[in-house]
Each structure stands twice: as C-alpha cells, then as structure tokens.
Design a protein around this ligand. Structure first.
Ligand code: G3H
Ligand code: ZN
Length: 307
C-alpha cells in the first residue's frame, strides 16, 4: 500500500536529494538500525508499505555481525529490486579505517563519531575522516557529532551519568565550519537507549526544542537526532519543525525483535523452520518502523492513532 496523499518519493535518487525534499515537506527521514536480515527485511517492508524513504543504519558492532560489504550489497540489491529510496549509513564510526571501509563498500553516508573526545580533538579527527571519505566518494554524506548522549541502544535501569553536556549553537557553528561535515548530530536532551520505564510506556524522552532551533540557525546544515527510542511523539514532531532532518531509532526495534522472537519460540516449541519462527518477528519490527515513519511524516497524531 502506498500512503494516500503522501508526496511521491520514488523520484528520490540520492540521500542528499531525500534530505532536501523531506525538509521542504516538513518531514523527518527515519533512520533504523539493523544487525541482521530480519531487521533489514522489516525496515524494507515498512518502506514498501508507506512509500517513505528510509535510511538503514549499522553501527560498527552491527556491521561486524552483518558484514560491512555484505550489508551494502544486500541494501543495493533491495534498492534495485524495489526501486525504493533506501539509503545506507555507517552509524557511529569511531576510526578512519572503518569510515574508509564503509565508503569503499558503497555506503551513502558515514556517521563520524569522535564525540567522546574533547572538542578540539573531535574537530581534528572528524575533519581528517571527512576528507578521507570524500576522497573515496565525493557524493558521500558525512555526519559529525558533538555533545554527550550516552552510548548503547540498550535497556537501562537508570539514566547513565548526567547528560548536561548539551551542544551550544556557537559550538555547532564552529564544528561545522572547521570540519566540512554535511550533517550535524547535536546533544539536545536526547540519549541512547531506553530506561525500563520507557519500555513500559511510563516515561518519555523530552527534547530541548528551543536549542534545536538555535543550533539549526547557527549550523545551517542538516541535523540528525540520535537516541530517538522512547521520545515523546509531540517532541518528535516539534523537533522536525525546529530543524531535525534525520531521526535514529534502534532500541525500539531491538525490543520488538526480542519480544516477538521469544513469543514465537514459545508458541511452538517443536517448530524448527527458521523462516516460520522469524516471519512474525519481521512483522513486529515492521509495525514499529511503520508507525515511526508515519509519525515523522505527520500522519499520526500524538497518541499514535491515524490522523
Ligand atoms: O544511532 C542509533 C541511535 O541513535 C538509536 O538510539 O537506541 O535510543 O533509538 P536509540
Ligand atoms: Zn546514535
């Protein structure tokens, strides 16, 4: 099913093009992490049903498990077969070598992440990597990160440390000018992973919307929101309106994957056919991706029902 009334996205042929078009439409590009074919099939199925572009992401750990070149080959094949605007990001890349490897493999973008370093070192490392990947592919989209949003798309008992190191508009401007990045990932109240209370639906992440607008103005480039899982729906919509272009979701997919896999295994202890066990898992993850995509494109109201 292609969403009725949604603009046609089939004419989008590059990630840069997708970002420009969605910004004009007032929509956010959904970035969904995958570690295996089950998750990837779910993301593609949601993109097929909705007709919305998607950015498939894989961190260093996820790439290690899937295979960097193998993931690029599968995504390329799916893009060719479906004709869908599906793009691929090397998420949270912490070294020059891994970034260049992803660029050579054909990734559309690299998320260069030296945010754990002091600002000046972050600038120097990011600039070096941006130059290296653009030497491999001048069209590649380079993302840089500043600020502290914690690590790990996992379920957490309590918030890690304090996330007071939010990005300032001045830092954002300096970082963009000095590194040559195309996309900036700031710390604006977001955090990686979900607290148990968020998984239970009892708590939500809230964003510093004013800061997003100020950073957008100062940086003047595309912005990514990391750590999207468990964020308040209304904050997502306002964040896109304030200047966020890409939204990363991972833990919500992992939670759906884990729950539905457990249920599927328990449902029939004698079932040994992998695709019979795994098909319901694809479907559960697909539902999460579909609902997030519809929200990022303004199709759901704040309580998750169809607008
Ligand atoms: O890069 C991936 C993400 O930022 C995902 O964060 O697990 O909180 O959704 P999340
Ligand atoms: Zn992230």
């Amino acid at each position: 099913m292609t969403t009725i009334g949604s603009p046609n996205h089939m004419n989008i042929h590059s990630l840069r093009n997708a970002l420009t078009q969605l910004e004009k439409e007032g929509s956010g590009l959904g970035h969904f992490n995958v570690a295996d074919l089950v998750l990837l099939k779910a993301v593609i199925a949601a993109a097929t049903d909705t007709g919305f572009p998607v950015l498939v992401g894989a961190s260093e750990g996820e790439r290690e498990f899937f295979g960097t070149r193998q993931l690029a080959a599968v995504v390329k094949s799916l893009r060719e077969e479906t004709g869908l605007p599906v793009f691929l990001n090397a998420d949270h890349t912490h070294s020059l070598q891994k970034a260049v490897e992803a660029a050579h493999a054909g990734f559309d973008s690299v998320g260069v992440d030296f945010s754990a370093f002091p600002f000046e070192q972050n600038v120097a490392h990011t600039k070096e990597v941006v130059q290296a990947i653009k030497a491999v592919n001048p069209a590649i989209v380079a993302e840089g990160e500043i600020g502290d949003i914690g690590t790990g798309s996992e379920i957490k008992e309590t918030a890690q440390g304090d996330f007071k190191k939010l990005t300032t508009p001045e830092e954002a401007r300096q970082f963009v000018d000095a590194t040559g990045i195309d996309v900036l990932a700031p710390a604006v109240g977001n955090m990686h992973g979900m607290l148990k209370s968020m998984v239970q639906g009892k708590a939500k992440k809230h964003l510093d919307l004013e800061r997003i607008a100020q950073i957008k103005q100062a940086a003047g480039i595309f912005l990514t929101l990391h750590g999207g899982s468990g964020t308040d729906d209304e904050h997502f919509r306002k964040a896109v309106a304030a200047g966020i272009n890409i939204i990363h979701i991972n833990t919500e997919l992992r939670v759906a994957w884990r729950r539905s896999l457990g249920e599927s295994l328990v449902r029939d202890p004698n079932e040994v056919v992998p695709y019979k066990v795994l098909l319901p898992v694809v479907d559960s993850v697909k539902q999460v991706v579909t609902s997030r995509l519809r929200l990022f494109h303004g199709e759901l109201d704040a309580v998750g029902s169809v607008a």
